[in-house]
Design a binder for this molecule. Structure first.
Ligand SMILES: *Cc1c(COP(=O)(O)O)cnc(C)c1O
Length: 453
């Protein structure tokens, strides 16, 4: 499988980077003789690679440098990995990454008051203004991942021993964010359907009140959980939170950048998104949006003062440790943003493709879906104990037989070796790719004499 031209494209890009490097080592007045010679040698090499591209042949490049392999998964395969599809970079983000890969690259035009979100070149300030609007909130900051956004909120709101409500299928990073702040988590049961309801949240609030004589300090619930990709009643939960006067953090790691999100409509006090999970951005990146009410708390300025120098940093925000995403990460977020704004409007189509795939998948005898049906998300948990796992039990490659068969057909991203309960994500696949992937599973099933309806 795989087109030989993919690796040739990387090779050509690497030669171009070598040429770029010559300029980085040259005087501003121009290349010297030796550099000109090196440049021309690279140019010849580039032409050769272009010829090979044209002819579709030549030696296949495997490594970038000593031990780092090329990563051609997105070019050579269909990737159904549960966490990766929403963070795949757009072509504009990849271009931005090439140009802004250097460390503090976005700080060229950082002017007073020296805050990341006030930089205008590249348009970080404009991005922030649009980003708050995009999630229906008043103010926003970027963070190194959704997890650091949780942490900013727990750090600002939670004191030792305070209770934070999460769900019993909450992501581990929510737990850890409460832990570092010295808080205690109480889990809202999602029940046999694995769906968190407003009633269950209200009941847990009452339980905490009875036990502690105090209300929880914060409620953190995901719109779509990482385990089943089920939708939880964030609107109802927002209402309950409001009634009790408890701040509500909407965890949009699996929604912001994939589907339309309006925090105010949900009565969310905080909206958290993940750049590398849902906004086609490099890792680690994420967002924390909030209301006018909470912005002065979470985005407050520093108050600390040096005892010798009397230095103060009131423009710097302690929960962010000043600046957050200062180069490649923010620039990929910005470059992808116009595409992200566009793609959330096509979410219904993504859900249709997800359901088409799952319907086809379930035509295989013994293939089941553990997530809610019909699917409301592209992430699904499947149970193949009655199908592929039965084959795995006697196959010499055990569970790896399925990975082998899929890989042979150009499909990767399932948890290698797992044939029991596992997750897949169809986000961003075209109809052709969806149908191809569904057919591949059915073909593998038939090959091993599993019935396909
Ligand atoms: C992935 C995920 C996170 C963590 O997101 P990061 O941006 O990697 O920190 C948090 N919560 C849920 C529900 C997730 O799926």
């Amino acid at each position: 499988m795989g087109d030989v031209r993919v690796r040739k494209i990387f090779e050509a890009m690497f030669v171009l980077e070598e040429m770029r490097e010559i300029f980085r080592n040259a005087l501003p007045t121009g290349l010297n003789e030796e550099q000109e010679r090196a440049f021309n040698e690279h140019l010849e090499r580039l032409k050769q690679v272009i010829d090979e591209l044209n002819e579709g042949k030549g030696v296949q490049l495997k490594f970038i440098s000593d031990k780092i392999e090329l990563r051609t998964r997105e070019e050579e395969f269909i990737n159904i990995n549960p966490i990766q599809p929403g963070g795949r970079l757009t072509v504009d983000a990849r271009k931005a990454l090439i140009a802004y890969g250097d460390g503090y690259s976005v700080c060229d035009y950082c002017l007073s008051p020296f805050k990341l979100e006030r930089i205008r070149r590249p348009p970080i300030e404009e991005f922030h203004a649009e980003l708050a609007d995009f999630v229906g909130m008043d103010d926003v900051r970027v963070f190194p991942g959704a997890r650091r956004a949780f942490q900013a909120v727990t750090s600002a709101l939670i004191e030792r021993g305070d209770v934070v409500l999460v769900s019993d299928i909450a992501h581990y990073t929510e737990f850890l964010a409460v832990e570092v702040a010295g808080g205690v988590v109480k889990e809202v049961p999602s029940g046999e359907h694995h769906v968190v309801t407003a009633d269950a949240v209200a009941a847990k609030i009452e339980e905490v009140r009875e036990e502690n004589g105090k209300l929880p300090k914060l409620i953190m619930i995901e719109h779509f959980d990482y385990s089943f990709g089920n939708e939880h009643d964030v609107r109802g939960i927002g209402k309950v939170a409001k009634e009790y006067g408890i701040p509500f953090l909407y965890n949009g790691a699996y929604s912001v950048g994939l589907l339309p999100v309006n925090g105010k409509e949900i009565c969310a006090d905080f909206v958290v998104g993940s750049g590398h999970k849902g906004m086609a951005s490099a890792a680690p990146s994420g967002i924390l949006a909030t209301t006018e009410e909470w912005a002065p708390v979470v985005f407050r300025g520093s108050e600390i003062k040096g005892d010798l120098t009397g230095r103060k940093f009131s423009a710097k925000e302690p929960e962010l440790l000043g600046c957050t995403l200062m180069g490649a990460t923010i620039v990929t977020m910005i470059a992808s943003f116009p595409h992200v704004k566009e793609r959330v409007r096509r979410w219904d189509e993504e859900v249709r493709k997800s359901n088409y795939f799952i319907d086809e998948f379930m035509r295989i005898e013994g293939c089941d879906v553990v997530s809610e049906l019909p699917r409301k998300h592209t992430l699904s948990k499947v149970d193949t104990r009655g199908s592929f796992d039965r084959i795995a039990r006697t196959h010499k490659r055990r569970g790896y037989f399925l990975s082998d068969e899929l890989k042979r057909r150009g499909i990767v991203g399932e948890f290698a070796g797992s044939t029991k309960v596992w997750k897949l994500n169809t986000y961003g696949l075209s109809w052709d790719q969806i149908k191809y992937t569904a057919d591949a599973f059915k073909e593998i099933a038939s090959k091993y004499n599993l019935n396909v309806r």
